[in-house]
Design a protein around this ligand. Sequence first.
Ligand code: ZN
Length: 294
Amino acid sequence: MKINRVLILGIDALEYDLVEEWDLKNLKQEEYGKTILPISKEDGYLYSEPSTLIIWPSFITGFPPKKHGVDTIKKYPLNSIYKLYLNIFSSSGEDHLTPIASQKTFKRRVMDKISHIISQMKLSRPLIKEDIKTSSIFDLPNSIHLHIPVYDEDAFPPYKKKLVDAIENKTYRPIFEMQCMEEFKQRTKEVFEWLERKNEWNLFMQYFFVLDGIQHVFYNNPKKIAKFYILFDEFVGKVREKIDDDTLLLIVSDHGQHKGIHTTHGFYSSNKPLGLKNPKLIDFRWKIEELLGM
Ligand SMILES: [Zn+2]
């Protein structure tokens, strides 16, 4: 198997269980499965839910949080108090999912408000590339990365701020959905444009926020969620038709989602047999570099 190019689609919150349940053949590819996320205490991870801002840096660096150094405390200083709270009170079971979802929304709103005040006082700031203390996969020559959380400034579309409003207030939901669709169209278009320019890169990664947003807002509307999963499945089908045989197409997620709550496993699929079984999310960087002969 000679691999000259690697195309990565980083799809936030793509849930393994739903890909299976809806039998999304393009997303599954030749090899697929769950991944183990770097969220144990040994990894230096102390939150209850996988956090997008910490997990993606783990994927691109191939290191656990304690090594790459990205923690949400710089952006949300209150998280240190929240961490303490989590360590004292362990999280409750599955049967209280809906109340937890609304508690989380409340918590998120309060945290966002306080964080906003704290950032106006210049006591906090958004996470930036320089917060990543290690090398990353994008140090490879000829690599293109678009909208990657923390690494690229524009990772999250502006409508992400409206997430809590859309969860709480039905009237905002159609607009939110429309904006998700816009993001999907824009970022899939970018993928096709870069596929036309494939001689300019050996590694390409595109990131999508949309599924995380849709699943938080429409957590009790499986039809709506399925609509977006199917869109992604069809998109991957088209990408597969356009790539050459020497291109590895890797799809990864930072966690899944169930009833609006992040699940603690990730998803991966590959168009080439990689021979992995329950891989760790932090293993992929090294696998990709090995395949590209680095
Ligand atoms: Zn989320």
